[in-house]
Design a protein around this ligand. Structure first.
Ligand code: DX5
Ligand code: ZN
Length: 224
């Protein structure tokens, strides 16, 4: 099921509520919330007060991307604050299987994220317990970066493993996604598309969401 997830990192925080209403009007079902700790990535972003405010304000699912060193401590805190989906980076999880189960036991959908330099093969033993895999198509830390084309090779590999093993996890992509590359991503097998700058920096964010969705759906429909 194709989902466009506007990333609020690219929103104007002074007008966050207004911007969320704009993309809701385009029928989004999920929002992407980037949590950065200044250690795993060289930037700080959002904490639980934003999650709590969003939870009170909207019914769409809040997808939390934890770019932090200690997801085991903070995942439950974000779930309590209102996160519906929580993804953790493969690169920081020493006991990944335990972390995934812990997120699900707290009542959220669990995702695992891989950086551009991390191979898909390392996920082989968790694919049957995750709800989704997030393939980073930029190095995490900032919005507005250039899409790394090799990420689509990784998406294809994941989609092939999913089909071979008859699994049902969703494949998400994050970073540099826009109308110029979303069709190719759809053909590779992506289900969930995070879009920051291409939505919130567009003159009409709702129209930007609709354009992205249409292109992804058309490409998905015509894929061989
Ligand atoms: C980057 C974040 C992304 C970011 C994407 O570290 O994980 O979610 O908001 O922004 P764009 O779409 O502008 O690349
Ligand atoms: Zn993200």
């Amino acid at each position: 099921m194709i989902q466009i997830l506007p990333s609020i990192l690219a929103a104007d925080f002074v007008r966050l509520g207004e911007q969320v209403r704009l993309v809701e009007a385009a029928g989004i079902e999920m929002l992407h919330v980037d949590v950065m700790d200044g250690h795993f990535v060289p930037n700080f972003t959002l904490g639980t007060p934003i999650t709590e405010s969003l939870r009170r304000f909207t019914n769409v699912k809040l997808d939390h991307h934890l770019m932090i060193e200690d997801p085991d401590t903070y995942a439950p805190i974000f779930i309590k604050a209102g996160a519906d989906c929580v993804s953790v980076h493969y690169e920081v999880c020493r006991n990944l299987d335990r972390t995934i189960h812990m997120i699900r036991e707290h009542g959220a959908q669990a995702g695992v994220v891989i950086n551009p330099a991390t191979p898909v093969a390392l996920l082989e033993n968790v694919l049957d317990i995750v709800d989704y895999i997030l393939v980073m198509s930029v190095n995490p830390g900032y919005g507005g970066q250039k899409f790394i084309p090799n990420s689509l090779r990784k998406v294809k590999e994941l989609a092939r493993m999913r089909a071979e093993r008859k699994l049902a996890f969703a494949i998400e992509i994050d970073g540099g996604v826009g109308t110029e590359n979303i069709a190719e991503a759809a053909k590779a097998g992506v289900d969930w598309y995070v879009a920051g700058s291409s939505v919130f920096h567009a003159p009409d964010p709702a129209q930007a969401v609709r354009d992205l969705r249409r292109r992804a759906e058309e490409a998905n429909f015509t894929k061989v």
